[in-house]
Ligand binder design. Structure first.
Ligand code: GRF
Length: 190
């Protein structure tokens, strides 16, 4: 039996698509069984629905507090009997209400070489700092934003004349390879 993975997104969901497609390979140890979003207009949700994957939109604006939203999302995720959760461009600060039940089973991909550049605008910050390389990291989610243990990273050189956009595009290509690999590795351990 493949392990059941739920993916959390807020936007395009290109990493989610990479996970879905990796999970569909016959030899894969996992499959993406549901995709949830806090944004009604997340492009990735429509795509996942067309693919026949269970989807759920829970609009964070409908909730008075972060904890109330996190509780609703956790109820949905628990109902899907998931083995692992993969955050993929999920642009929410999560509280322990959501994180604690999934400790050690919730991963995130972040577009920097953590612990450098937690938070937003990672590529611009790397360029502004004069860094020679950037990259992406997959890490366990803890209550500290982008602060959980790093599982794996890929490094990408920063080229002359690089902009945040060109760098983001090259890092994203690596994200799409790294995340399915790490998910597969973690799946084999649980
Ligand atoms: C990716 O760069 C990811 O690392 C970051 O947000 C971006 C999401 O892109 N957390 P996508 O929605 O997967 O295309």
């Amino acid at each position: 039996m493949k392990k059941r993975v739920g993916v959390l997104i807020s936007g395009t969901g290109s990493n989610m698509k990479a996970l879905v497609s990796a999970g569909r390979e016959a030899a894969s140890l996992f499959e993406v069984v549901c995709v949830a979003s806090n944004k009604v207009d997340a492009g990735g949700i429509a795509w996942a629905r067309e693919q026949g994957i269970a989807t759920q939109v829970i609009n964070h604006k409908d909730f008075a507090t972060r904890e109330a939203f996190d509780t609703a999302l956790n109820v949905y995720l628990q109902s899907q009997r998931l083995d692992l959760i993969a955050c993929a461009g999920f642009m929410r600060i999560m509280t322990p209400v959501l994180i604690t039940p999934w400790a050690g089973r919730m991963l995130n991909i972040h577009p920097s070489l953590l612990p450098k550049y937690k938070g937003l605008h990672t590529h611009q910050r790397a360029i502004d700092a004069g860094d020679k390389e950037a990259g992406c990291s997959v890490h366990f989610v803890t209550a500290e934003l982008d602060g959980g243990a790093v599982i794996a990273q890929v490094r990408v050189p920063i080229l002359a004349g690089e902009t945040a956009e060109t760098l983001a595009a090259r890092v994203l290509v690596e994200e799409h390879k790294l995340y399915p690999e790490v998910l597969s590795d973690v799946t084999s351990l649980i």
